[in-house]
Design a protein around this ligand. Structure first.
Ligand code: AMP
Ligand code: MG
Length: 405
């Protein structure tokens, strides 16, 4: 059986970015840039004022003080959006708004609060440094700088930057289309009332939610009973996606048809079963360009396997450089007394106290446990055959995107 590390290495080796396209800027959030963005011009794009005040030549008021104030002639007002051709000379000043272009000849701006207005003259009672309150061309982002690297996911800050530089269309990586099939004759829809032995299906919505967190497209989500003909048809349809997630029926039970059917449908098995808890029967395969993950039906197993295998795989396909949330080191608050034969990613509660991460494993670690999903915000890495880990020890933890208040 493959180790977690070897299995992940195989997934990353098999998966390649899907390719490139362009998107309108306001539809680009969550996808990865496919090119480095070089600043086509400097930002600020012209010298302008950082405050509402008066543009001056700093040397004119170099000696100014309360006792020795200086009067300068106001030449008018420059609003944000105005263009100025006028040159300012010694003895003059100009009223100026935040963001308005600096008039030629001026080299600093005195704040409005620091002057007295006397008709057309302005009284200055303090000196000012050259360049003070001026935002100079290119001082924020110099022309030609690589401002966003290819492979960066686009978020609000990137959108602001791309808009500033006039990118109405953005070069991005394609995002995978994902199909999800939940299998199991015990499963009924949310609106149904379960009779004996039945449960409401939850995994397809959970997995779809996780796929949406990565801004990938959902092609289709379905739920089918453990009937080979029905499964066959549903799988064939689902295999039209870039990524097919089959949930349930991956193990060795009498009604676990999924793996056999995937083989029958021409899916090449890359691995099946890993030395990992929760979620030993993970299946990974390909058919042509389609990537197939077979996840066990137990909700906690499929959730954790999505975090550790599917999420980073989706990100790699969509050209992202950051494939997952980094693990952090946290202090264990209660001991882990049980020894597990496989590497175990335990569901836990992570919090921060005085700048330090602290974590406690949840009591209930059953792979069927929905309760542990909704109560955990982290996965604690516990090595196979690890002896008791005392409280106070440091452990590696993967933070999860799950708010617990
Ligand atoms: P399986 O992997 O098909 O053997 O299922 C393992 C366990 O997970 C069983 O208790 C199933 O009832 C449960 N299960 C399977 N699929 C789902 C699902 N889509 N939603 C909720 N529970 C499921
Ligand atoms: Mg089943």
């Amino acid at each position: 059986m493959l180790s977690y590390e070897d299995a992940r290495a195989l997934v990353f080796q098999k998966i390649k970015p899907l390719g490139k396209c362009t998107r309108p800027l306001n539809e680009s959030q969550g996808v990865a840039l496919s090119e480095d963005i070089l600043a086509p011009h400097g930002i600020p794009s012209f010298d302008n004022s950082g405050v509402d005040g008066y543009a001056v030549q700093s040397q004119d008021i170099a000696q100014a003080s309360a006792e020795n104030s200086v009067l300068l002639e106001n030449q008018g007002y420059i609003a944000a959006g105005d263009s100025v051709n006028q040159k300012m000379h010694s003895g003059q000043c100009m009223q100026i708004a935040t963001g308005a272009p600096l008039p030629k000849g001026a080299n600093s701006i005195v704040m409005k609060e620091d002057v007295e207005i006397e008709g057309s003259k302005i009284r200055f009672t303090q000196s000012i440094q050259e360049k003070e309150n001026v935002r100079y061309l290119g001082e924020d982002i110099p022309k030609g700088d690589t401002i966003i690297k290819s492979g960066t996911v686009i978020g609000p800050a990137q959108i602001a930057t791309l808009a500033t530089f006039g990118f109405s269309q953005v070069p991005v990586h394609k995002v995978p289309k994902v199909s999800i099939v939940s299998t199991g004759s015990e499963l009924i829809d949310i609106v149904g009332k379960p009779t004996d032995g039945q449960i409401r299906e939850s995994n397809r919505f959970m997995l779809a939610g996780m796929v949406r967190q990565e801004y990938c497209k959902i092609l289709k989500i379905t739920m089918v009973p453990d009937l080979p003909e029905v499964l066959h048809e549903a799988f064939e349809e689902a295999l039209k996606a870039d990524v097919t997630l089959i949930c349930g029926g991956m193990s060795i039970g009498e009604k676990d048809f999924a793996k056999h059917l995937l083989n029958e449908l021409g899916v090449e098995e890359i691995f099946w079963k890993i030395k990992f808890k929760p979620g030993k029967p993970l299946f990974f395969g390909t058919r042509g360009k389609t990537i197939v993950f077979g996840l066990p039906g137990n909700p906690a197993s499929s959730y954790v396997l999505f975090e550790e295998f599917v999420r980073p795989a989706l990100r790699k396909m969509m050209g992202r450089k950051v494939l997952e949330e980094s693990m952090v080191k946290a202090t264990l608050e209660i001991p882990i007394t049980k020894t597990y034969g496989r590497l175990h990613f335990m569901r836990g509660l992570l919090h921060e106290e005085n700048g330090e991460f602290r974590v406690r494993p949840l009591k209930f670690q059953g792979s069927h446990s929905i309760g542990s999903l909704v109560s955990s915000n982290a996965l604690i890495r516990v090595e196979a055959n690890s002896p008791c880990i005392p409280a106070g020890n440091k452990v590696f933890v993967r933070p999860l995107r799950n708010e617990i208040i």
